[in-house]
Design a protein around this ligand. Structure first.
Ligand code: FAD
Length: 400
């Protein structure tokens, strides 16, 4: 094998090619991305970068010379439009590029509001790419009114940035509570209170009926019949794995591009990693949307491209920054039956149990809780809930 092509120059694609070279792969590597910028980190887009506290050049994952110095052919601003697994080629513009092995790191796409409810109006923004955020930044001026649709992490982070900059923020969440899909009611309560303290008007159990306006958005009609005026709107309504190329090429897709334990797709010579890929997990499949997953899975695929035969075992963790709160999450809380709340030394953490087993932790301004939780999860240990809840318990003692 001498020629590896990677589609998608994001977190996973960049990690994959770096790992290949670090592990001594000496064949040709081409990394193709349709965005104009070299690979960059997305998390600051809804946090420090949008706040104006992080300069643009600090977003880049690696300096551009990194790729040149390692003889990685980084091609930005160009989309792959088709894959032909039989001929082992990809289409770039009107050219074909051959490969021996191909990796798909195409990420995900924001769920867009349909045109029928105002999805084509000016003044509606998504938070996915650097270009998206650069386009909305001029709207973030004190006193303006923003409507945020969706109370997941992206919507809440955008709300925090807007409130910090003195905008009037209304956030609507169709589900009964913010963060319903990803967190326990205790964590929703914590963040609802935090946002209320900063003047954000959070309305739960209320969806968007339609955006109003002729060419530019002027507000929205909500599902409870109320009408709201807004100078601009941000939709944080979730993402979908970008499986367009894979599906067109006949690869199996189940909630993302379906891969096996090693990152192989259903078609020989084609691999996938990151947001776009779902992998076997328990009796089903799992797809994660996080930086740690993109890096770890991409590095696993890189090792396997060099014959390592490694199984991808995720150790899920995630973070979110809102105002002066850093939330750190370890584990997966799917199917939790109980939540133990621990408050100690100004920090708060929520520990998820499935029956007697510890499965996840949400730690708010509690790096120690996060570290200990992550460690307990990797050790497969489940401390007694009563001990955890007791602020007098020294967390580290729970690992013994
Ligand atoms: P991406 O980084 O999205 O890269 C995929 C790339 O492939 C994109 O550039 C795409 O344009 C390109 N591409 C797709 N199709 C083609 C094609 N046909 N040809 C060429 N190029 C193509 N995660 C965390 O863990 N913590 C956080 O706090 C956090 N905050 C986030 C905040 C925001 C605003 C966003 C958007 C995401 C955040 N995430 C966070 C999620 C994290 O950034 C993603 O999980 C991660 O970027 C996934 O990496 P990826 O390489 O799979 O996809």
């Amino acid at each position: 094998m001498s020629n590896i092509v990677v589609i998608g120059a994001g977190q996973a694609g960049s990690s994959l090619v770096a790992k290949l070279r670090a592990d001594g792969f000496d064949g040709s590597i081409t990394l193709i991305g349709d965005e104009p910028a070299p690979p960059y980190q997305r998390p600051p887009l809804s946090k420090a970068y949008l706040l104006g506290e992080m300069p643009r050049d600090r977003l880049f994952l690696r300096p551009e010379v990194f790729y040149a110095e390692r003889d990685i052919d980084l091609r930005t601003g160009v989309a792959v439009t088709a894959i032909d697994p039989a001929a082992k080629t990809v289409t770039l513009g009107n050219k074909l590029l051959g490969y021996d092995e191909l990796a798909l790191c195409t990420g995900s796409l924001p769920r867009r509001l349909p045109d029928a409810i105002g999805g084509a109006l000016e003044g509606l923004y998504y938070v996915r790419t650097l270009a998206d955020v650069d386009a909305m930044e001029p709207e973030f001026r004190e006193g303006r009114r923003v409507l945020i649709v969706g109370g997941g992490y992206i919507g809440l982070e955008a709300a925090a940035v807007a409130a910090k900059q003195g905008l009037q923020v209304t956030l609507i969440e169709m589900a009964e509570r913010i963060l319903q899909r990803v967190a326990a009611p205790e964590t929703s309560d914590y963040f609802r209170t935090l946002h209320a303290r900063h003047g954000v008007d959070i309305r739960e159990g209320i969806g968007l009926a339609r955006l109003t306006g002729e060419t530019r958005v002027t507000g929205a009609e909500l599902t409870d019949g109320s009408v709201i005026e807004a100078d601009f709107v941000i939709a944080g309504t979730g993402i979908l794995p970008d499986t367009r190329l894979a599906e067109a090429a006949g690869l199996d897709c189940v909630n993302g591009i379906a891969v096996d334990h090693h990152g192989r797709t259903s078609v020989a010579g084609v691999w996938a990693a990151g947001d776009c890929a779902s992998f076997p997990h328990g009796a089903g499949r799992l797809r994660l949307e996080s930086v740690p997953n993109a890096i770890d899975m991409a590095e696993c695929v890189a090792a396997n491209l060099m014959g390592a035969g490694k199984t991808y075992v995720p150790e899920p963790w995630f973070w979110s920054d809102q105002y002066d709160v850093k939330l750190q999450i370890a584990g997966l809380n799917h199917g939790f039956t109980r939540v133990v709340v621990r408050e100690a030394e100004g920090a708060q953490s929520h520990w998820y149990y499935r029956d007697d087993q510890l499965i996840a932790v949400d730690a708010m301004n509690d790096p120690r809780g996060f570290m200990v939780g992550k460690r307990l999860l990797s050790m497969g240990k489940s401390p007694a809930p009563e001990a955890l809840a007791d602020p007098a318990t020294e967390l580290k003692s729970l690992m013994r």
